[in-house]
Design a protein around this ligand. Structure first.
Ligand code: PBG
Length: 325
């Protein structure tokens, strides 16, 4: 190894063209997935207080947001539904005329080339805010899995390209794959939230989706932040059950997990850069404490550097607009 003064690392940092030549990691709009929250009605745009720049929108407005994303080179959106009526069993989650099912049909009709992904989980649809059916004070695994499989089939029937189960019930990927195949949707892909930690960083999302649990928390289903070997077991299990893409969530506090899941599975890895991670940057930027766009870019770059093939990001459009010049 040549030593200083023969070796000067700063030679390659002197100008942007030089830095660009030796840059190892890139974030492109085509690597990003935009999460969107859909509500009932027409012409509705409701800002989410805890997530500056994020709104709940009705399907007509959602189509406009998705259209802009597509124009900016973002290939995919991930839909979350917020129904008007919630009940114990989350029935609107698997209703053919549910808020997400209708939004998917509209998106696919108006923007056929857009990839439409849907979150498959009951927490936005249950009155108690838990991810499934409650029995004896906890989410009942096997009966919930049946409903999730039904939900996934209604999304596929509406035209979803990818279904993304985020509930963390055991065996749901296999059940969803079986149900999709049985219903004639063998080409609908599964992006499984394979490694989802019980995280404080979901706080703002639960505001946005109105899905804060009425009692207890999600620690009987979501993973302990301390565990990485368990993450590898979860990811392998989901791949064996038929997941096409595996997700790690959140992203920034789990960059090591992203890296290891990528190596262990060899499957495409998606990272969810979650609401709290986004909101922290936005909140500090609002106060003038950090440069928001730079901090967002740095965060996205680190997630790609860790090995994520694709990133779900609330900043996707703003990022792509910057690239657009
Ligand atoms: C569950 C779901 C959650 C998120 C995505 N899907 C919330 C939870 O598990 O409590 C969080 C996403 C984010 O924080 O941005 N349907």
């Amino acid at each position: 190894m040549p030593r200083f003064p023969a070796f000067r690392a700063r030679r390659l940092r002197r100008s942007e063209p030089m830095r660009a030549l030796v840059r190892e990691t890139e974030v492109r709009p085509q690597d990003l997935i935009l999460p969107l929250f859909v509500v009932e009605g027409e012409g509705v745009r409701r800002p989410v207080a805890s997530m500056a720049g994020v709104e709940q929108t009705s399907a007509d407005e959602l189509v406009r947001d998705a259209e802009e994303a597509l124009r900016l080179g973002i290939p995919a959106v991930l839909l979350f539904g917020i129904p008007d009526h919630k009940d114990e069993a989350g029935t609107q989650g698997y209703a053919e005329e549910g808020v997400v099912q209708r939004a998917v049909r509209r998106l696919k009709a108006e923007l056929p080339e857009l990839l439409v992904m849907t979150d498959v989980c009951l927490c936005e649809y249950t009155s108690h805010g838990h991810c499934g059916l409650i029995r004896a004070g906890d989410v009942d695994n096997d009966s919930t899995v049946e409903l999730l499989a039904r939900m996934a089939v209604t999304h596929a029937a509406a035209g979803a390209d990818v279904v993304a189960p985020s509930d963390m019930m055991d065996g749901r990927v296999g059940a969803i794959r079986g149900a999709l195949d049985g219903a004639g949707f063998p080409q609908t892909a599964i992006l499984s939230y394979a490694v989802k930690y019980a995280s404080a960083f979901y706080g703002p999302f639960r505001d946005a989706a109105g899905s804060t649990p009425e009692f207890g928390d999600r620690r009987t289903a979501q993973m302990d932040p301390a565990n990485v070997r368990e993450a590898l077991r979860e990811a392998r299990q989901d791949v064996e059950e038929g997941a096409d893409i595996v997700m790690v969530k959140p992203a920034l506090a789990y960059l090591d997990v992203i890296h290891r899941v990528k190596e262990a599975t060899g499957y495409p890895v998606c990272a969810y850069h979650v609401s709290g991670e986004y909101a922290m940057i936005q909140a500090a930027a609002e106060r003038g404490w950090i440069d928001g766009p730079r901090a967002h870019r740095e965060a996205l770059t680190s997630i790609r550097r860790a090995g994520a093939d694709m990133i779900i990001s609330y900043w996707a459009r703003q990022f792509a607009r910057e690239q657009d010049g």
